[in-house]
Design a protein around this ligand. Structure first.
Ligand code: PLP
Length: 391
């Protein structure tokens, strides 16, 4: 399967050709524990000579299939699934950092990830630096006790794109673990492991699941003591994905490549249309020449994704009026599903912050985040135009 294209990998990757009961689909193993024939079998398993399931907090045959599929898609040797994207990130950082170590996180990243690092890990004596998503800023922040660098790419909501070649060079030079939250690109648009990144994480809730109907997170990497440690911590902290959701994720992944192709197309068309609209002051989309990372995005991304951020010519209130007029996307957080979603970033992710605090965080009150689905792009554009005419 390794040599196949991503469309084929999405359907067949990680799957046994002949499955239980001759079924074309994977059974959902609704089991909390797994039985041993006798003590000899138990001892072989404990010795590591017999790979099999033991207990539901450590693994499940339905989960194994989707983990293997995700490892194939991202070009890694193994993948571990968690009950949410946040659980994947939190468990991994707990596993790899200790009191007195230092890590670097780039700003312009998911608020809860930053909160976990800045408010929770710091209580355990883990130091952090928050820097721009740029390899030079990252290198400047490195200290003798730096153990890990994590960045999203593209970032959220301004879609900054890291130069992964330079990012990996910095991490390797300083012997630091490199980790990319690749949620916004998905393995269709970029595979950070191909660049030498150590760990990739996704909120599988987004493009991988793709139907706005599940929560999941994944860590993908090559076999290593680091990956062993993450698996051990998942088994202790207990954030593993359940069998039913694993099945939904397999189902969603079958159409992954088709969806991403359409979302890339819709995202680019929408971004170009918005950029030419007189009521829009700025569009943030890495597929536009006006984006600061356009050149690197063109070089390192297969497509520019389905997230388009843009600024309305107006204030907070006028922006809300626009959002209330659109008819196709629903007002909701999240992205990557088949249904388009829209949000005014300052109200969905930063409601509790004052205008001044939002300004300091770089969150403009006229900023709209549009997560395109797989609808017909002309319908999405006509819908936006009618909403803009009303403000
Ligand atoms: N990483 C990114 C880039 C995200 O956007 C999100 C959620 O929005 C997460 C991680 C967390 O994922 P989850 O909501 O599945 O816990």
């Amino acid at each position: 399967m390794e040599e196949n294209n991503i469309e084929t990998q999405a359907v067949h990757g990680g799957e046994q050709r002949f499955k239980y009961g001759n079924s074309i689909t994977n059974p959902i193993f609704q089991a909390s524990t797994y039985v041993f024939k006798d003590t000899e079998e138990l001892c072989s398993y404990m010795e590591g000579t017999l790979p099999r399931e033991e207990y539901g907090r450590y693994g499940n045959p339905t989960l194994d299939v989707v983990e293997s599929k995700l490892a194939h898609l991202d070009g890694g040797e193994e993948a571990f699934l968690f009950s949410s994207g946040m659980n994947a990130i939190c468990t991994t950082l707990f596993a790899l950092l200790e009191n007195g170590s230092h890590m670097i996180i780039t700003n312009n990243s998911y608020r809860r990830t930053r909160q976990f690092i800045m408010e929770i890990l710091s209580k355990f004596g883990i130091e952090y630096s928050l820097v721009d998503p740029d390899h030079e800023a990252i290198e400047k922040a490195i200290r003798p006790n730096t153990k890990l660098i994590i960045s999203e790419s593209p970032t959220n909501p301004y879609l900054r794109v890291l130069d992964l070649v330079k990012f990996v060079a910095v991490a390797k030079k300083h012997h630091v673990i490199s980790m990319i939250d690749s949620t916004l690109s998905s393995p269709y648009n970029q595979r950070p492991l191909d660049y030498g990144v150590d760990l990739v994480t996704h909120s599988a809730t987004k493009y991988l699941g793709g139907h706005n109907d599940l929560l999941a997170g994944v860590i993908v990497g090559n076999k290593s003591p680091i990956m062993d440690e993450i698996k051990l911590y998942r088994g202790i902290l207990g954030g593993i994905l359940d069998a039913n959701t694993s099945y939904l994720l397999i189902r969603g992944l079958k159409t992954f490549a088709l969806r991403l192709k359409q979302q890339n197309k819709n995202g680019l068309a929408l971004a170009k249309h918005l950029e030419a609209h007189p009521k829009i002051v700025r569009v943030h989309y890495p597929g536009l020449e006006s984006h600061p990372d356009y050149i690197i995005a063109k070089e390192q991304l297969r497509g520019f994704g389905g997230l388009v951020s843009f600024e309305i010519d107006g204030d907070l209130k006028k922006t809300s009026q626009f959002i209330d007029q659109v008819k196709i996307p629903s007002i909701a957080p999240s992205l990557g599903g088949v249904e388009s979603l829209i949000e005014q970033v300052c109200l969905v992710s930063y409601y509790d912050q004052t205008t001044e605090q939002r300004r300091e965080l770089g969150i403009k009150e006229n900023l709209v985040r549009y997560a395109v689905g797989i609808e017909n792009v002309k319908d999405l554009i006509d819908d936006i135009d009618q909403a803009l005419r009303k403000i």
